[in-house]
Design a protein around this ligand. Structure first.
Ligand code: XMP
Length: 504
């Protein structure tokens, strides 16, 4: 495996995903928690960081713990730190170097650059730059602006790159990472969905024996794949519970239950919508709504689970990004996600998380390998509290029904126009606004909705989707004509940051 030491960069997870795409297992750990005892490590990558090496609180490590024991690749701050701590010089760049650059010259015979094309585009994002390297370091690549764009320590398997090989805009980034991971570190590229399934099923059988397990299904990809995997390992000992809080998409509860049935899962569907509507009546504060739904969900699930005899385990579709220990540089909670945490504490059951090592795209690959239908695998993410966080202001069954209808027109439209798979996620927001319109000869005074569709790779950042005008015109018409109570449609063109994907 490869260990990625995280110094707090926004792209650390991306490094992990790129390594996994090379069918190589890797783990991301905080910079100061190197797993010394682990004998399966083949190489180490040092990530970037929001800090400058000169900052008082900059994250620092004792390099002697890893130097000479494993090949090392330092990226951005990782490269600056290795050079600086060996006597090199790092200085603020005249202007922040941000965006595209080209490898104007590089050592073609260096192992790290095998297969890299002349003048290949690389992506820079750094405030500091390496201005001098120690004597035994050798410059192996330069761009027209940055002389020390990459270096190698002479006679050692240690490299530093000032640019970001993990980002999409570095054209030969994957090749560079492959050179490091496969050629230098000798990883065998044997991490595949099929091998993951095979070994996980064996482990689950061993871990769970003849014990009974409950799992909360949400209709989403993660919990569904976790359920199918567990079903393969322990069959009838798995009971899934799917709670309808009344704020799912139109017909979602019914359709998803049919899907699960086809997959041979043992599922109990619980319609608890009345309880949730009663508890949410009159509540307008977004965090308060989230708390009510989170707690209500746990209560309903707990009650149902207690009806099953001798349950020992709670299974969850937790995935790797939820488990990576965050360095919490700012420590602010933007939104409390209701499905992370809460349940395990309440239930006093042992926790089983078969997907805890996988990134989202790997979960999808595993689902496909397990034979799950594409419409389940390719599903857009949907927030745990559902349409509750897409109705601004208080929630009533009538508003939910209007929103479900408008959302259905939009989502069906995306599918019909072949746009569904091009966006990360889409939905409609019901605004607490009424406006004047005219329909036939009548004056109307009805609700406004906002369409939201974004592109993203991990929901951490997102851009509004540039959907065709013709499509938007058609959807707007359809919503206003078909959905009673709506007379105005707008499109949300904010990116994240500074906005978020959901409105609440
Ligand atoms: P934001 O709005 O923070 O959303 O940009 C990022 C992603 O998370 C989803 N989301 C949630 N998912 N429980 C979830 O499972 C929640 O409470 C929740 N709130 C937001 C959101 O849909 C987007 O994919």
């Amino acid at each position: 495996k490869i260990v990625i030491l995280d110094f707090g960069s926004q792209t650390t997870q991306l490094i992990g995903r790129r390594v996994r795409e090379l069918d190589t297992y890797c783990e991301i750990v905080p910079y100061n928690k190197f797993p010394k005892e682990d004998t399966t490590i083949k190489g180490v990558i040092l990530s970037g960081s929001p800090f400058s090496v000169y900052d008082e609180n900059a994250f620092k490590i004792d390099l002697s713990e890893i130097r000479g024991k494993y090949p090392i690749l330092g990226i951005c701050y990782g490269a600056q730190f290795m050079s600086y701590s060996n006597g090199g010089k790092v200085e603020p760049a005249g202007t922040r170097e941000y965006g595209r650059a080209h490898l104007a010259s590089f050592c073609k015979d260096n192992e790290l650059f095998k297969g890299v094309r002349d003048n290949s585009q690389v992506w820079m994002s750094h405030g500091d730059t390496i201005t001098a390297i120690p004597d035994n370091f050798k410059v192996i690549a330069s761009t027209d602006k940055v002389e020390i764009a990459a270096y190698q320590v002479e006679g050692e398997s240690i490299w530093g790159v000032q640019f970001h090989p993990e980002v999409f805009h570095t054209e030969d980034g994957t090749q560079i990472l492959k050179n490091f991971v496969v050629d230098v570190c000798g990883c065998k590229q044997d991490w595949s969905p099929a091998s993951f399934i095979e070994s996980t099923v064996v482990e689950l059988k061993k871990q769970l024996g003849d014990d009974k397990v409950v799992l909360a299904l949400s209709g989403g990809v993660d919990s569904s794949v976790a359920a199918v995997l567990l079903n393969r390992a322990i069959g009838k000992n798995l009971t899934c519970i799917f709670v309808d809080h009344g704020m799912l998409r139109k017909n979602e509860f019914k359709n998803v239950l049919i899907d699960y049935d086809c997959l041979g899962l043992n599922v109990i569907g619980v319609d608890a919508s009345k309880k949730f509507f009663a508890e949410l009546a009159g509540v307008t504060d977004p965090e308060h709504k989230r708390k009510i739904i989170g707690k209500g969900f746990i209560d309903v699930f707990d009650e149902e689970a207690h009806k099953i005899k001798d349950v020992k385990w709670l299974a969850q579709g937790t995935i790797y990004p939820d488990c990576i220990e965050s360095l919490s540089i700012t420590g602010t909670v933007i939104k409390s996600h209701h499905n992370v945490g809460g349940l395990p504490e309440k239930m006093h059951l042992k926790l089983c998380e078969p997907l805890r090592l996988l990134f989202k795209d790997e979960v999808r690959r595993v689902g496909r390998q397990l034979g799950m239908p594409e419409h389940l695998i390719g599903r857009h993410p949907f927030p745990g509290p559902g349409l509750a966080v897409r109705i601004l202001g208080d929630i009533t069954p009538e508003k939910v029904s209007i929103l479900q209808d408008a959302d259905d027109v939009f989502i069906q439209g995306l599918r019909d126009w072949g746009l569904y798979d091009q966006v990360w996620q889409a939905g409609v927001i019901l605004l607490p606004v009424q406006s004047v319109g005219v329909m036939g000869d009548e004056r109307t005074y009805e609700r406004a909705v906002a369409l939201r569709a974004v592109t993203s790779t991990d929901a951490m950042t997102a851009d509004w989707a540039h959907l065709p005008y013709d499509f938007m015109g058609k959807i707007s018409n359809d919503i206003i004509n078909k959905v009673k109570g709506v007379n105005r449609v707008t499109y949300d063109i904010s990116s994240k940051p500074p906005a978020t994907i959901e409105w609440e």
